[in-house]
Design a binder for this molecule. Sequence first.
Ligand code: HBI
Ligand code: FE
Length: 283
Amino acid sequence: MTKPPEAPTQNPVQLRGDYSRAASDYTVDQDWERYTREDHEIWSTLYARQIRLLERYAAPEFIAGAQALRAPPDRIPRMEETNEILRRTTGWQVVTVPGLIPEEHFFSHLAHRRFPVTVWIRRREELDYLVEPDIFHDFFGHVPLLTNPVFAEFMQAYGGAGPKAMATGGLKMLARLYWYMVEFGLINTPDGLRVYGSGIISSKGETVYSIESDKPHRIAFDLERVMRTDYSIDDFQRTYFVIDHFEELFEAAYNTDFAPIYKKYADAPGFAPDQVLETDRLV
Ligand code: HBI
Ligand code: FE
């Protein structure tokens, strides 16, 4: 019997899933037969809304990944079908979990090329906003880019950096890297800015806002800048960080020793989410 974890430090929420059947690594069976007609209809509504935004707003690598997964538009995908495809492309696997899981388990899954996907789907009244990631956010938002070799390498290296961060007080800074560059990242393309961050691309409103609005700051990716910047979890982002290539993330996670950064800024307050520094290169 696995007791529900305290919500991870970044997501102070009352956890919704059933953790009683979870294994020691917090995985559970998807139990696809247990989804209701309403669950599949909510998936279909969300999928139809987001898939039509991809052409205009999503990074080409994201679109290619979404197509490669061949997710059904009218029902929640079966993870074993997805895993067949992932195994052949980058060797990643999806594992299903009851919801948010403790950081150390989350990092460990990523380090072993396993992406935790929540099994339940949001209710109709949560269509536009929900606090804890559901299967639509995790699957539609995160899994497509796991078919991209460079991004997949970055995600594994990111997971590998977890234990040392937790041991040396760097968890908050490492979590900011995930927040800004995995959940809310933008990428420059010859056709202009495009979305690849999961939190954006799984949200109808934020997909448009992140590209069209003149309210948020858009700042060129800089590892230390991102690691030092606080974020809010309950509204559209005030700042997006922009990369030119996914290799920038790979370089950061694979070739940078984060320890000196954790040490240098351990007691420094974070920058406010809407702050702009004169050293920032605005995009
Ligand atoms: N658990 N299932 C799940 N999904 C996440 O995205 C997740 C998590 N636990 C911790 C977490 N994310 C964040 O704190 C990461 O920054 C580590
Ligand atoms: Fe996410």
